[in-house]
Design a protein around this ligand. Sequence first.
Ligand SMILES: Cc1cc2nc3c(=O)[nH]c(=O)nc-3n(C[C@H](O)[C@H](O)[C@H](O)COP(=O)(O)OP(=O)(O)OC[C@H]3O[C@@H](n4cnc5c(N)ncnc54)[C@H](O)[C@@H]3O)c2cc1C
Length: 395
Amino acid sequence: MNPTFNINVAIIGGGIAGLWLLARLHERGYSALLIEGDRLGAGQTICAQGIIHSGAKYTLHGQSSESAEAMAGMPALWRRCLKGEGEIDLRNAWMLTEHQHLWTTRAPVSRLAAFFASKLMRSRMEKIAAQKTDEIPPALRHPKFDGVIYRLDEPVLNVASVLNTLAKRYHPAIVLNGGPVVLKADGTLTLHYPQQPLWIIRPSVTVFTAGAGNTGLPWATLQLRPLHMVMARGVNLPGPLYAHCLGASDLPRLTVTSHYDAGGRLIWYLGGALAEEGVNRDRPAQIRAARRELQALLPWVDWNPVEFATFTIQRAEAHQHGGGRPAAPSVFRDGRVIAAWPTKLAMAPLLAEQIEEVLRTLGVQPRLIGLDPLAAWPRPELAVYPWDREDMEWS
Ligand SMILES: Cc1cc2nc3c(=O)[nH]c(=O)nc-3n(C[C@H](O)[C@H](O)[C@H](O)COP(=O)(O)OP(=O)(O)OC[C@H]3O[C@@H](n4cnc5c(N)ncnc54)[C@H](O)[C@@H]3O)c2cc1C
């Protein structure tokens, strides 16, 4: 007979949703095992810009929204965890910046959108006076800059440091599965790996947090929304920038975050409308579009020597009529099987809270068990940032 593990919860998929859930359940005394099929964070999480949204970008049309409400508490929650004072100890992870910025162009629509958002987000969005030059990001500190800058209460995380912290702390409860996940009608799962004995996992509840891998569950359908992200590198980049630039629509025209590659080089990671609209462009056209945007928005920088790379990626979320972004995390249940999507990395803690609530309603009693018998089982590595991928083509 194959060895069997009886546990409270099996979690399928180790992006931010699965890892945060694993952490929360362990802290609450549940036995949980996270089963990853590739690398931790290999789907969307390692490609996230790492912004812990406070909701500002969801108020740009002048009305507070369900999304903005759902996100309002997220910066404070993450900051508490990073200080070791929250529900999960993230003291070994770090922020890239405490505050994201938002800047407008000279265009009246851009200024108006920011003005309305600032009224709604009074405590979370503060205008920076033009004379306070030391508070202005270096890239925007130029005599030709003629927009308005706001400081947002939105930290930006070093995402790999978060994944690494969670992976190390909960290492015994994270395993690599070498085959497809087959959930049998009796609720059991089988762990496979070459040269390892088969293990039968018998969880009280199974949670799918596999992002785009949450498939084949007719009661929980997903939608995929593509992005064509751009990365820029080169000594001409005018320092790190973490900012949304507002255009005419309710979506930022450009969202820039800054990162350092394995060789210590500064990378500008570009999202926003450029990435949303870029899904209709091929790689050369997307690079031309990125150059045009940067030239238009920051004309005092010489963009010629800057190198670019692009890649497309799908955001995986619960299906919505009309295909828009869900306002909040999504949790679906069929008997003792749950499928969940956080919608945003920032909202992974909310998702874990909601799943724990479902466990309570199902009467799952927390019971920790020793995971020593799995000590020799292979563990997944951490995913690689897009700017460090060897297959990335820069030009
Ligand atoms: C380009 C981009 C930028 C973003 N920027 C931000 C941002 O700045 N702020 C923010 O809050 N959100 C951001 N998001 C959204 C955020 O990244 C996602 O909401 C979040 O990472 C989803 O996490 P997840 O754990 O559900 O899924 P994923 O990160 O996709 O993780 C799924 C995991 O499941 C594993 N898996 C898949 N199938 C199986 C299987 N059959 N068996 C076992 N394991 C499996 C995968 O290998 C992976 O590790 C961004 C998304 C994208 C694409």
